[in-house]
Design a protein around this ligand. Sequence first.
Ligand code: GAL
Length: 360
Amino acid sequence: MSTLVRRIAALSAALFLGATALSACGANDSKSGSDGATIALLLPETKTTRYEAHDRPLFEAKVKDLCSDCKVLYFNADQDEKKQAQQLTSALDQGADVVVLDPVNGKTAAGMVDEAKGQDVPVVAYDRFIENADYYMSFDNETVGKMQAQSLVDAMGDKGNILMLNGAPSDPNAAQFKKGAHSVLDGSGVKILAEYDNPDWSPDNAQQWTTDQLNKYDAGKVQGVYAANDGQAGGVVAALTGAGVAADKLPPIVGQDAEIAALQRIVAGEQTMTIYKPIKIEAETAAEVAVALAKGDDAPAKTTTGIDQSDFEGVASYIFTPIAVTADKIKDTVIADGFYEVSDICTADYAKACAEAGLS
Ligand code: GAL
């Protein structure tokens, strides 16, 4: 479908639906620029804090900055792949010129890409790989897994038993984190007692599974935990303390996402490390690529964030570098970057631990 035809379809959809879509094509549309292009952003879930707190606002702000008359249609799938498929159809019906898609299920999302391409709408695979997308951007996910595992092995002095909690099998990143982690763990002196692929990254499932393992192996046998993300690390800590392990006797535990709760646990000595992904670079690159495509241009080979376009499994890609964060690194990473203020982490309960970590 041509852009014009899609616009007309969009307008009728807006008239039909009334309210929001109409108000969004406001006064700005007459400004010079990229003729009021529409960009759809589809994110996968809300349980991980990054999507609503960072990815979405950073992406929307950068699109606005680059193209004042562009409109962003935003959708969150709440971890439901059928819902996400409907959201894609809805985005196309509302005239999306470009789709930025972080898929709930990387494999089945190929069908969504076909649907968009059938209407001449390019798709940017955001954070999670989709084989037939036009562009892809993410962090070096295998390195994420390697960094997590290395930090765990180091904290354990290269010996002892661990539990291993991976991400959702439907998320292609989860397989990459797992592969990277195994490449370090399997050759180390650390032994994996039991391993779990958590169906939707849910912290509750992580807590339940860990509780089941503690019933089987008893808490004393678990000398470390690989949790692929901070949400799960939180569930693991709840399971361990629930089984009677004192907060100051928790074994080394690693995570990912630099969530506030995880940084607080790190400051308090209840988690060893997390992975900080400077999401600003990823979200802003996505916005730059999307705006270029909306204007009918090729995506830039190098973005203003300084990232070169490369190639990942045959798709033009921008791959960013993850950063390991232990207590001594909080200041120079998430705080220095403005990802958080010290006051976000150092709330009253953590004031003393923060002072000791040189964070007040
Ligand atoms: C991954 C994403 C991670 C994390 C995880 C769930 O796809 O790359 O940053 O959000 O989902 O925690």
